[in-house]
Design a protein around this ligand. Structure first.
Ligand code: DGI
Ligand code: FE
Ligand code: FE
Ligand code: FE
Length: 187
């Protein structure tokens, strides 16, 4: 696999601001993989591809979810969730990415899932705390990430859940399961 070609292909899917975010997630995922003994190369690849479909049109994502039989319940929840599943499908079909660990880390980077793998956690947390991110609890998340992947990620999901509650939105069940699973792992 040619990482340089994948970089160019990914950059071509999105506006520059999103690409700068992607580069931040790549750097952060590599750092987290080094800090927490993860697979640095898989972390880099999953981070590079994590928002591959983020800027695609909603109608295009909806069509892919329907036609490719991705989880149909996604359609009942926030559109922000769609790009993760669509992105995993897209990099598999367009670029032959076959590593299921990498595909899952992309697929679950937004919602999380009940039993998150080490790679899932690294990519999801890197997405929350890359240097370009700026929201009220991001500094606390970065601080927790100095010592605990799980604690930092719980704080990340807390911030998302609070935001959804505040806006009166539905919460995708996998996000609740992800948070429960992380708390259980700490007990
Ligand atoms: O794609 P990014 O903007 O880099 O980040 P992301 O893939 O983590 O998307 C986060 C957005 O998804 C955030 O604005 C909140 C929104 N969202 C909507 N419903 C849910 C949700 N996020 C989670 N985790 N769970 C939801 O149910
Ligand atoms: Fe995303
Ligand atoms: Fe995220
Ligand atoms: Fe992202």
């Amino acid at each position: 696999m040619d990482l340089e070609l994948l970089r160019e292909a990914t950059r071509n899917q999105m506006p520059d601001k999103r690409w700068q975010h992607t580069l931040g997630v790549v750097r952060t995922a590599i750092e987290l993989a080094e800090r927490f003994d993860g697979d640095v190369r898989k972390a880099e690849l999953a981070a590079l591809l994590h928002d591959y479909s983020k800027s695609w049109q909603t109608s295009r994502m909806e069509q892919i979810i329907r036609e490719q039989r991705l989880p149909q319940e996604l359609l009942d929840y926030d559109k922000e969730l769609w790009h993760a599943h669509v992105g995993a499908w897209a990099v598999q079909t367009e670029h032959g990415i076959a590593d299921e660990e990498v595909l899952d880390a992309i697929r679950y980077h937004t919602s999380g899932r009940e039993q998150m793998t080490h790679l899932d956690k690294i990519v999801c947390l890197a997405d929350y705390m890359e240097p370009g991110r700026d929201f009220p609890s991001v500094d606390r998340i970065r601080q927790l990430a100095e010592s605990s992947l799980e604690q930092a990620l719980i704080a990340g999901f807390d911030s998302t859940i609070l935001l959804l509650l505040d806006r009166g939105r539905r919460i995708f069940p996998l996000t609740v399961s992800a948070r429960n699973g992380l708390i259980q792992q700490l007990e």
